[in-house]
Ligand binder design. Structure first.
Ligand code: VGL
Ligand code: ZN
Length: 198
């Protein structure tokens, strides 16, 4: 088993009508459903925050969504309240095919640390365990798709490269938030790290 598909955060809150809707978010669903047949292993992440998470603007007095704050681990964007554990917004998009998803990694569960990447929390050192799982399964190459291109998808792709996986970004299966040029910036970082942009 050499190549796996990593589906990132295809959840209601990142799709149209959701709390942190990404433009065209639900358009990734049919693309990702079709892609799954091409991979012997499919894994997925789910953004899964406790209520009152430190990445929520509402948890910081007077803070506006999409402003930034300095956390112990660095600069953190403050988001609208989204993907609260067990909420409808945190559920996968209802049309996302999940029968072949072998592992679901839930992330952002520590109240004090956000987690964009499927591999490490935003302190850049606390692992999720996904790297070990993929290595145990003999995976050497990953295709990454989902939401959002410039946050959770990009950080997952960059970490996968840093961990030694071959990485392809399946752009058709991704949509971006694009906050202050973040899409261009993260596309540049992904290309620079050797991510193949398909
Ligand atoms: C994400 C912001 C906050 C993402 C998750 O999935 O890209 N973005 N939480
Ligand atoms: Zn989040």
């Amino acid at each position: 088993m050499a190549e796996a598909l990593l589906i990132v955060d295809v959840q209601n809150d990142f799709c149209e009508g959701g709390a942190l809707a990404v433009a065209g978010g639900s358009a990734v669903v049919p693309v990702i459903n079709r892609m799954q047949a091409d991979f012997p292993l499919v894994v997925a992440t789910q953004d899964w925050h406790p209520a009152g998470h430190s990445s929520f603007a509402a948890s910081h007095a007077g803070a506006e969504p999409f402003s930034t704050v300095e956390m112990a681990y660095g600069t953190q964007v403050l988001w609208p309240t989204h993907c609260v554990q067990g909420s409808e917004g945190a559920a996968f998009h209802p049309d996302l095919e999940t029968d072949r998803v072998a592992l679901i990694v839930r992330k952002g569960m520590d109240p004090a640390i956000d987690s964009y990447s499927a591999f490490f929390e935003n302190d850049r050192e606390t692992p999720t365990g996904l790297a070990g799982y993929l290595r145990d399964k003999g995976v050497t190459a990953l295709s990454v798709a989902g939401l959002a291109t410039d946050f959770c998808v990009a950080y997952s792709a960059l970490d996968a490269r840093a961990l030694g996986f071959d990485v392809t970004l399946a752009t058709e299966g991704c949509r971006a938030i694009d906050l202050d040029g973040s899409l261009d910036a993260m596309m540049g970082r992904m290309r620079g790290s050797g991510v193949t942009v398909a």
